[in-house]
Structures are given as C-alpha cells and as structure tokens.
Design a protein around this ligand. Structure first.
Ligand SMILES: C[S@@+](CC[C@H](N)C(=O)[O-])C[C@H]1O[C@@H](n2cnc3c(N)ncnc32)[C@H](O)[C@@H]1O
Length: 250
C-alpha cells in the first residue's frame, strides 16, 4: 500500500519525498568533494572568499570561543574563525564525510589540528548537549537541509545563552534586470563549468536550482526569529546574490 500522506520537498526544481533528500544531497557533495574548493573559486570568480571574510568581519571572533560550524564542508569558515580568534576551538560538522576528508587534507587543518574536530552529522539532529557553543555558523549549507527550520531550532538549542548565530547563504536579488543577468550566468555557465572541472554537470545544476528555491531575505529572517533568536538582522552581499543573517540567543 502506498502512503498518500508522505511529505515531499524540493531537490532543486524536482519534488521528491522528504525521506530521500539527505541521501541525494550526500550524493551531490560526495561526488564533487575532491573538486569542491577549485569549483568554488572558479564559479564565484573568488568572490566566495570576500563573502566569507565579510561573515568574519560581522562575527568578530574572540579568543577562546567555541564554534560549531555546521555543513562546514572543507573547513573554510572554521579556518577563518580560528585565525581571527587567535585561540579557540572549532567543530566542523557535515552530512558528507568525503567533504570533511578533503578539509582535513588542507594545510590549515594540519596547522590548527589541536583546535579542530571533524564530525559527520545532520544539522537537524545535532549530537551535542544544550548550551554548548558560543558561536554557530552555517555557510552555503542551510539551503540543502531538508527542513531548515529544524536546523535553526537545533542551532538555538546548542548555543549557550549569549551565543551567536550567523548564516551565509545565496539569496534573492531585488533588482529584476540583475536577477535576469545572474540567472543567465547561473543556469548556462555554472553547470557547464561543473562538467569541465568536476566532470559533474548534474550536481551543479542542482546547486543553482537550489538557490532559486531558497526563501528570500525577509522570509528567512522570520524563520531565524521563529527559532527564538533575538536582535535578528541581515546584510546583503553583492546586491543580494548572497546574504548574512545574524541572531543572538539571549
Ligand atoms: C556548499 S557546501 C558548503 C561548505 C562550506 N560551509 C563552505 O561554505 O564552503 C554545503 C555543505 O552542506 C552539507 N550539508 C547538506 N545538508 C546537511 C545537513 N542536513 N547537515 C549537515 N550538513 C549538511 C553538505 O554535505 C556540504 O558539505
């Protein structure tokens, strides 16, 4: 007998049962892991580095802080955080083990090994006690999570009172002409680049489609507030191509 009430969600522009999404997302990132860092530089023309630095500027890491970097992939955010903090600890958690394996191979991972931990896990069910971390980050990760509100609720749970949430994600460009130009680039160039560099057009087709399906800045701000975060705000980056959302557990 089929279950007519099975919940569905989107995987890019395709509707799929919710129960299949994490497996498909793991397939995408498992497939691109070894080329992930090279592709990030190629498809953003290096701009993802500026956005990640902007995240650190707003976050202003302090010595001794304990970071949880969810969907941390190959470690870009954790490395930056530890460099800026000077001392502290970062836990990189990700659904896809091959991404963490690539991260551990990076020179920064060796240099900061005593301050880093790498854990396979799901943003929607974090394997940590309540009130554990000073800072929670998720960079270009939350749009891949099956139920983003549950990830935000978990972020709130594991942060200490006084703890800070910061989300970096692609967003929606408020200007229609710019959106048109950006769509031409995203849908025509990025999957083709994925084919050439990572020999994987489909994964990069999913990535650009998933950007279109993610809520706009104000809708996502409402979700951050619904999880319990206070003083929730956002800042657009590159006219809204990406966006930072910040909130506090007070
Ligand atoms: C685009 S990469 C971002 C990596 C890194 N944070 C960065 O900014 O470069 C997205 C990552 O999210 C991870 N991810 C997707 N869904 C997840 C989930 N439910 N829980 C934890 N990680 C998840 C993927 O495995 C992938 O490594």
């Amino acid at each position: 007998m089929t279950d007519d009430t099975e919940k569905t969600t989107h995987f890019g522009f395709t509707d799929i049962p919710e129960t299949e999404k994490a497996g498909r997302v793991r397939g995408v990132f498992g497939s691109v892991a070894s080329k992930y860092d090279v592709m990030n530089d190629a498809m953003s023309m290096g701009i993802h580095r500026i956005w990640k630095d902007a995240m650190m500027d707003w976050l202003a890491p302090r010595a001794g802080q304990k970071l949880l970097d969810v969907a941390g992939g190959t470690g870009d955010i954790s490395f930056r955080f530890l460099k800026r903090a000077g001392s502290g600890h970062a836990t990189v958690l990700d659904l896809t083990e091959p991404m963490l394996i690539e991260g551990r191979k990076r020179a920064e991972a060796g240099a900061m090994a005593d301050s880093l931990e790498w854990i396979v896990g799901d943003a929607m069910a974090l394997p940590f006690e309540d009130n554990t971390f000073d800072v929670y980050t998720i960079s270009f990760g939350i749009r891949n999570v099956t139920r983003p509100q549950e990830a935000l609720n978990e972020a709130y749970r594991v942060l200490k009172p006084g703890g800070r949430l910061m989300v970096l994600e692609f967003s929606q460009i408020p200007n229609p002409a710019m959106q048109w130009a950006y769509d031409r680039y995203s849908f025509n160039v990025i999957p083709a680049m994925g084919k050439v560099i990572a020999n994987d057009r489909e994964s990069y087709q999913y990535l650009v489609e998933s950007i279109r399906k993610f809520p706009d800045q104000d809708t996502f701000l409402g979700m951050v507030r619904a999880a319990g975060f206070e003083q929730a705000k956002y800042r657009n980056l590159t006219l809204g191509v990406a966006c930072l959302h910040s909130g506090w557990k007070l």
